[in-house]
Design a protein around this ligand. Structure first.
Ligand code: PHE
Length: 358
């Protein structure tokens, strides 16, 4: 009897102390397996006298049942604990911040184009686009620059080899062909700006073979140079975020406008910092004029019925002036340090109410 009692204490103690399912299985095999200790006891029953069997039988079977029940309970407890541990270790905290803050930035040219779009949208202009690979006709001829016109030489054009019909495509040298496309595609009155890339075979500290322009075009029945001047003044004030600006329209020449002017704005460079609207310097910012009747005719508009103005402006130069960048080439170097310094947050969306300077 003491044997059974100590075996029972030993087995139940081991079961309670088992730390893993594998330990528990070990104990089960050692107790209830083929050559287990409890199985061995049960096997002795056959060789006992009927009296002894009556006493010991229930004891041995009772022990087996107790051990079996203890094993089952312990197994369930271990399984629950294992599941809890797994759930705890595999939990995902969805409230954590993303591991890296966003690294990209908006390029100053994109930012300035967004600013221009915002300013002109407020004046009722929509945005037009045209191809960067342009026909000779759209880039030159329709703009009153016939073949052999000296103005073609001024443009340092990238020409493509002539096609089957002997026609040469070009990388557009300015955004003015978008004027032509707009007049051909839409009925006046028209009010558009066309920002985009342009190309000229030229490269030094102030010229890159690819740069950006924004074109403006207004066509109506009674558009005058006064409208042009007011529009440009309003644009310059909004862009440089000043209340007052003095402008100078210098007579100039463009084949596609007549009369033509170059526009300077009054500024100061004192302390090396540009201030628009004060001082005694002048800053040239764009070319403009009244759309030449030859251009209207090329676009199937009757010059006696329709007039308008156009202007064209370097976006890179505007960005440099506004944000104090000195070397144009840095715009295209893709230097991460430069981009981090001069780039804008994608949250700095220019709005007139928030300030287009962002
Ligand atoms: N296309 C001209 C240039 O590239 C600019 C311009 C546009 C001038 C429209 C007048 C009118 O220099």
């Amino acid at each position: 009897m003491t044997d059974i009692q100590s075996l029972e204490t030993e087995l139940l103690g081991a079961i309670a102390a088992a730390g893993t399912l594998a330990d528990l299985e070990d104990i089960r095999v050692k107790a209830l397996g083929k050559s287990g200790s409890v199985t061995a006891l049960l096997k002795t029953l056959g060789s006992l006298s009927p009296e002894e069997r009556q006493v010991k039988g229930p004891r041995f079977n009772g022990l087996r049942e107790q051990v079996t029940a203890a094993l089952t309970d312990r197994k369930a407890a271990l399984e629950t604990a294992a599941l809890d541990a797994r759930l705890a270790s595999e939990r995902v905290d969805v409230t954590l911040n993303p591991p890296l803050a966003p690294r990209g930035s908006i390029h100053p040219i994109s930012q300035v184009m967004d600013e221009l779009t915002e300013i002109f949208a407020d004046l009722g202009f929509s945005v037009a686009e045209g191809p960067e690979i342009e026909t000779d006709w759209h880039n030159f001829t329709a703009l009153n620059i016939p073949p052999e016109h000296p103005a073609r030489a001024m443009h340092d054009t990238f020409y493509f080899p002539p096609d089957d019909k002997g026609e040469r495509h070009v990388l557009r040298t300015h955004t003015s062909p978008v004027q032509v496309r707009t007049m051909l595609e839409s009925k006046p009155p028209l009010r558009i700006i066309a920002p985009g890339r342009v190309y000229r075979c030229d490269s030094d500290a102030t010229h890159t073979p690819m740069f950006h322009q924004v074109e403006g075009l207004v066509i109506g029945r009674d558009i005058t140079m006064a409208h042009l001047k007011w529009t440009l003044e309003t644009f310059v004030k909004a862009f440089f975020e000043v209340d007052h600006v003095t402008m100078r329209l210098r007579p100039s020449y463009f084949p596609f406008t007549e009369p033509s002017a170059e526009v300077d704005v009054q500024c100061s460079w004192s302390g090396g910092e540009l201030k628009v609207g004060e001082g005694s310097d002048w800053l040239e910012i764009l070319g403009c004029g009244m759309v030449n009747p030859h251009v209207l005719e090329a676009c199937n508009l009757d010059p006696d019925e329709w007039q308008g103005f156009a202007f064209g402006c370097g976006v890179d130069r505007l960005a440099m002036l506004k944000y104090g960048m000195t070397d144009l080439r840095a715009f295209f170097d893709a230097d991460l340090r430069w981009l981090r310094h001069y780039g804008f947050s994608f949250l700095d969306v220019p709005t007139l109410s928030g300030g287009v300077g962002a």
